[in-house]
Design a protein. Structure first.
Length: 306
């Protein structure tokens, strides 16, 4: 079992050879050592039951074909703090595209789970197929981060959505350096903080459930409020009509007040509230930078049990 600590960054411009070169140049400049990894094609099939057993348990099950070999992965319930995703995951080899649940450690399953029955109920729900270019970065303090650029598609129910994202995963060392690296990247590249995993996008596409504006209440947990803000920011940016943009803007204005109140009530560092940019008018870089600061604070709170 490994504990994945990852930041997801979404590219906001179409990929070009010039942008690809710029990404590698920036990564190289920010690391003491930057070791490129060979590009690889990853073919991923995600599995579920008709009753959505894995979704109900906040888990994800997939198989992956890479360089002629299959590997199956289960990601268990974890935490999301803005752009930071922290989840336990188990990876084991498998013989085909269909995962064999009995190969995972027995202790990961909820008490009373009928593994044999669950195996019979598995069905492929969607795919995420993409080309991955990776770099292993050693930072000045010795922290090691894996940076990967994924380009491809989410495929489900005869539909497709583009994948174009840069992910940073802590391999070893100081998590603070992971967040610091992300801060430097968003200042130099067309990036914003991602909030959806590839699996979440696949579920939505398979079930034909597009993202909707999210309301928030005054007693909502900070993590839930932050997720709603990120989703509404994205929908505001993608709005195809003035009416949709105005609806998202009005909701974000309400949520800014709730977010500031939540920060005060949770005893966040004073500068977080003071530095909060206007959600509806700040630049993409300003918003991403502030959201990363908040994500780091929330990550620290989770590690301290706060």
């Amino acid at each position: 079992m490994s504990l994945e600590v990852e930041l997801k960054l979404t590219l906001t411009e179409a990929m070009t050879p010039a942008l690809a070169g710029q990404i590698e140049q920036v990564l190289t400049s920010l690391a003491q050592n930057c070791q490129p990894m060979p590009a690889s094609q990853l073919l991923n099939a995600y599995f579920e039951t008709s009753a959505q057993w894995f979704r109900q348990h906040d888990s994800g099950l997939r198989s992956r074909l890479k360089q002629g070999r299959y590997e199956q992965t289960i990601k268990l319930a974890g935490q999301q703090h803005g752009g930071a995703h922290i989840r336990p995951e188990y990876n084991v080899p498998c013989d085909s595209v269909i995962p064999q649940l009995s190969a995972f450690p027995a202790q990961i399953w909820p008490v009373g789970t009928d593994i044999a029955l669950l195996q019979q109920q598995l069905q492929e729900l969607f795919r995420t197929d993409f080309i991955r270019q990776g770099w292993l970065l050693t930072l000045a303090d010795g922290t090691v981060v894996e940076a990967v650029l994924d380009q491809g598609q989410v495929l489900a129910a005869g539909q497709a959505e583009a994948i174009l994202e840069l992910e940073l995963e802590l391999v070893q060392g100081d998590a603070a350096q992971l967040f610091s690296l992300a801060q430097q990247l968003i200042r130099q590249l067309p990036l914003q903080l991602g909030f959806q995993s590839k699996a979440e996008r696949g579920y939505r596409l398979a079930q034909q459930q597009p993202l909707q504006l999210q309301q928030s209440s005054a007693d909502a947990p900070l993590s839930q409020l932050l997720r709603a803000v990120q989703q509404n920011l994205w929908l505001q940016q993608q709005a195809s009509s003035e009416a949709a943009r105005q609806a998202a803007t009005a909701l974000l204005q309400q949520q800014q007040s709730l977010l500031q109140l939540s920060l005060a009530q949770s005893a966040a560092e004073p500068q977080l509230g003071a530095a909060m940019p206007a959600l509806t008018s700040a630049s993409q870089t300003e918003l991403a930078s502030w959201l990363l600061q908040l994500s780091w604070w929330m990550y620290l709170q989770s590690q301290q049990g706060g």
